[in-house]
Design a protein around this ligand. Sequence first.
Ligand code: 4AD
Ligand code: MG
Length: 440
Amino acid sequence: KAHKIKIRDVSKDIDKRVQLNGWIHRLRVQKNRAFIVLRDGTGYIQCLLKGDLANAYQTSQLTLESTISISGTIEKLPEGKTAPGGVELLADFYQVYGLAPAGDDSITNKVQENADASLLLDQRHLMLRGETLSAVMKVRAAFLKAIRTVYVEEGLTEVTPPCMVQTQVEGGSTLFSLKYYGEDAYLTQSSQLYLETCLPALGDVYCIQESFRAEKSHTRRHLSEYTHIEAELCFLDFNDLLSHIETLIVKSIDYVLKDPIAGPLVKQLNPSFVAPQLPFKRLEYKDAIKWLNENGILNEDGEDFKFGDDIAEAAERKMTDTIGVPILLTRFPVEIKSFYMKKCSDDPRVTESVDVLMPTVGEITGGSMRIDSVEELLAGFKREKISPEAYYWFIDQRKYGTSPHGGYGLGTERILAWLCNRFTVRDCSLYPRFTGRCKP
Ligand code: 4AD
Ligand code: MG
């Protein structure tokens, strides 16, 4: 009996007889010869069926996406003959496990390449099997692993905050509300506040958790549910926070590029990708405004930017693409940032805040130092017209042994869109959720 292996391991079994199990990814049946590219989620391999095996009636009935178990000898292909991995399975036996439909219901009819994006999203479960989307998902897995590795190296502890909450973090307008045993509750927008409460118990902490935003706008970088990588650190200053963030990004990308599976996939998806270098360019908000005005980029009202204007997606992207390298955009005005952000000691109009901007995507990370005095925090709630009662536990963090601290959130799908050169974050989510889309 042939021993059962995964396609990723075929090169260890050259000239040996093995059994592979997988799905028919590509198929060409000719007289006396049939070629099957088999896929099992760990790789692709070409299988060659010769003579009777190729001419069998069963072979003529095979379809794309059928599951088969196929046995034979792994052969190294001579130079010049190309197939995935440079090897081929010379089959001597196969068995069909599940025959996929032919005709109207065939996979090629279901997921036609030029179909409307929304029709393809209805078929997301089938689209996932495609080479591009599955490659992005492999890179995603490697990236999340890399992030965890860096956090472990830096001594942060992983926690799992709740998704069902009664407080907002990033503004009431994007909250998803729900009834929680008769009480009002929301799906979390960010786990930041919970992470802050962990500092006195666990020290520096992080989480990788879904965040939810009822974004009204249809953009290429907004999802209703996304995987939010958040960290909170104590006894550091703003500069420490900035260098922590850029180091995290550089190290995690480096691990992905060195990963034997994900590294080559990034090259394939994004051939011109340039690994980011330390340190990132620093740019203050006030200088960004100046830059935008000097470069003729207008604000949302079609006018020159003035201090206090939000730098919206289009302008931000234009600026980042033109500058062409990762940017730490810092010191945003108080009015356009969240209630919890610490003001700069040398200029109370601005905050110790940072967005990381990447070419092609723009903002991938938002972070700040946090207000650590109760009075200032209460003033922040007042400014944002948030009633502080529900936040008693968050206020207690300042009351019972406050500390200087800061943190950030990194959008997984955003950094992947940059890394994998995808036009939209939707291409970096397994089953994307956005306005009007909650299936499959
Ligand atoms: O800038 P945001 O809103 O910051 C926070 O939520 C902070 N409380 C995080 C923290 O300090 N712990 O979101 C952080 C990041 C953004 O930079 C972006 O990458 C991503 O989360 N993000 C989204 N990604 C996809 N779809 C959306 N609707 C997103 N909203 C934010
Ligand atoms: Mg932000």
